[in-house]
Write a protein that binds this ligand. Sequence first.
Ligand code: FE2
Length: 421
Amino acid sequence: MARSIVRWPARVAAVVSMFAAAGPASAQFRHGPRIGVVRSDSATIAWDTACSAADTLLYGTDALNQKATEATATTAHRITVQGLAPATAYQFQVNSCGGTSPVLAFTTAPTAGGQSFAFVSMADTRGKSDAEDLKGLSQGFKKILANAETQGGVFVMHVGDMFYGYNPDQSVMRTLYDKFKTATDGVAAKIPFLVNPGGHEMSPWKKGGAPATDWSTVELFREEFAQPKVLDEYAGTLFSWDYGDTHFVSIDTAHFDPKATTANHGIGELSTAEIEWLEKDLTDHESARFIFVFGHHHAWRQPDSKLFYLGSYTPLLRDAFWQMLEKHRVTAYVCGHEHRTIDTLGPPGGSTVVQWLNGNSGAPPDDPNEKPVYEYTVWAVTGDTATAKVLDDSGILQKQRIFQRRSATSSAPVPGKEATP
Ligand SMILES: [Fe+2]
């Protein structure tokens, strides 16, 4: 069911295909160029190189006639170009250490409302051990990526647990990011690829071992993914953006803090600072047609689950978070962690907000005898409806749910259920 909702203008497509025919990026590029957050007036492009240099990004609409150059030499290149025109296709190319990337393209978000567009969410692609993930990410994940690329989405959001992780060895963590980026570079060259961290990539201790005493994994995530910063402490993990009159928020439920006194040191928790920021952000976007909030850990768990979740350690903050989503009539909280597609969990009295648990997008089942089910979600926004379509790794529709645009008042709560904590 391939669809293409947003297309590049013919002139950009022609330029891209012309340069693509020249062959792959030269050996200078370890990763990328990758497209990060694209707004109506800016876009972030990231690439990693073996050679340290101050690189140049060329970009423009009809020609590569604009230039952004880094101030200092680095191997982790992240440039955000500003002052772009809305709803406009840009081509770009990176020059690094004498090599050049192919000419790629992105399209800025519109400022006007009402557009039809799609986006993609996925989650939980880790293997069963670091040894497994160091060989490369799972075939199921690779199939999903290849399928997701054909859906015409304006971005992909991966809501966490990219690889097994849980490792205090920084060199192993760096190699795991390297494998993840290798698996996703192809998609990220064509579609903005965003990541919301899960516990596996943010917890630097081995399961059952002592917690680390520093924030090195938090810093590593920031370095690997050049995402926006609104609060210093949550750089790269807490931010929001818009596509026309649809608003998107990334919240950080995996904020590892070795000084936190709760059992999980911040993993699977929200903070007061985040909730206060969210209140302001949602208030500022009161007129949005739809609002989607992304986070790794689910707020409400299913009765048979033993996994920790946002209600495990800080239930009052979870309740405050959920009440805020209801107050601002958020369309859906899109999360992962459970490795199952579930959209029927919520507070005992029901809720106007749907918790959308993404399915498992590549992680192996815990029971080796169980046949893995790999799924992801394509969200098609058209007029007054947003349709969430759950696809398997071959793109076959498994289920769908239709959401109505936000209204001035809350709609009637839909029943939810949760196990007693
Ligand atoms: Fe998780």
